[in-house]
Design a protein around this ligand. Sequence first.
Ligand SMILES: NC(=O)C1=CN([C@@H]2O[C@H](COP(=O)(O)OP(=O)(O)OC[C@H]3O[C@@H](n4cnc5c(N)ncnc54)[C@H](O)[C@@H]3O)[C@@H](O)[C@H]2O)C=CC1
Ligand SMILES: O=C(CO)COP(=O)(O)O
Length: 308
Amino acid sequence: MKSDLKNVTIIGSGAWGSALATLVQTNQHHVQIWSRQSQLSLAEMVSNSDAIVSAVSIKGVRAIAEKLQTAKLQPHTVLVSATKGLEPVTRQTPSQIWRSLIPDHPLVVLSGPNLSKEIMMGQPAATVVASTEASAAQFIQNIFASRNFRVYTNSDPIGVELGGTLKNVIAIAVGACDGLNLGTNAKSALITRSLIEIIRVGVYFGAQPETFWGLSGLGDLLATCNSNLSRNYQVGYAIAQGLSLEEAIANVQGTAEGVNTANVLIEISDREKISVPVSRYVYRLLKGEITLQQAVEGLMERDLKPEN
Ligand SMILES: NC(=O)C1=CN([C@@H]2O[C@H](COP(=O)(O)OP(=O)(O)OC[C@H]3O[C@@H](n4cnc5c(N)ncnc54)[C@H](O)[C@@H]3O)[C@@H](O)[C@H]2O)C=CC1
Ligand SMILES: O=C(CO)COP(=O)(O)O
């Protein structure tokens, strides 16, 4: 193997883990995917890894990080978190879980407008790799960047991570808006007002507001709210067609993280008194507290206020 070629382990063989593995392979790096079905233990597989990329859904992040805590890693191994979710009990982001359990390795968040099916088809896309350690972000940038995948570095990992996580709740709202055929004006208003509430939550977590104007914020919000490839969008759309939440989830292939994220986000915003009206209506809709029609009316009839 050429010395500039790296050993990369991807954890999670779902849609995103598989797409990320394909991207790494494009650059001739040696890539292996670990899943719960693998013959080798995770510890055996990662022992010689230059980078370990976690692409499991939020419910698996802590278990994976705990497994890696006891594994013997190379001192230089960079950890990459590609999950978009919030942990229910601790309300932590994936990178906060990784940082608390494995503090001694450089940590990079990878997030952006990256619908895995488009990436698998070789269509052009861009993403962001963010870390407080610039060299770690650059290292991961070089592993993933290719002719069809443009990778930017960023120094605000929590902002990059929350853009990808919080837009999943909004994609449910926009899927429902499209499912009801409410029109382009309604959809544009919903997306734009939602970005403001995403930024409010992001600032509470310590993120930089301007991060949310970039690829991992507005970029991912637009991708997810404009594509029926998005599982979260599909959930909202299906509810607008009259399906129950359970039926909508069952119809989706893979994980729609926005359903769990809505629960955790509302707990946080209740506790911290953060105004998140769109996400709150999504939460109430998913809980069965209101109908979709009541959600639309509720959003339109809120007290009048200045835009900013
Ligand atoms: N599919 C996409 O287009 C993108 C997905 N993401 C994010 O990546 C994450 C994974 O998404 P997908 O791959 O699409 O979902 P998926 O449902 O296709 O795959 C999830 C994977 O996580 C694994 N997993 C769950 N719990 C686990 C545990 N305890 N131990 C080991 N593995 C476990 C599952 O076995 C499965 O392989 C989500 O947070 C999602 O929001 C991010 C960008 C794009
Ligand atoms: O995060 C994604 C695109 O960037 C994928 O969105 P879904 O999880 O809604 O499919």
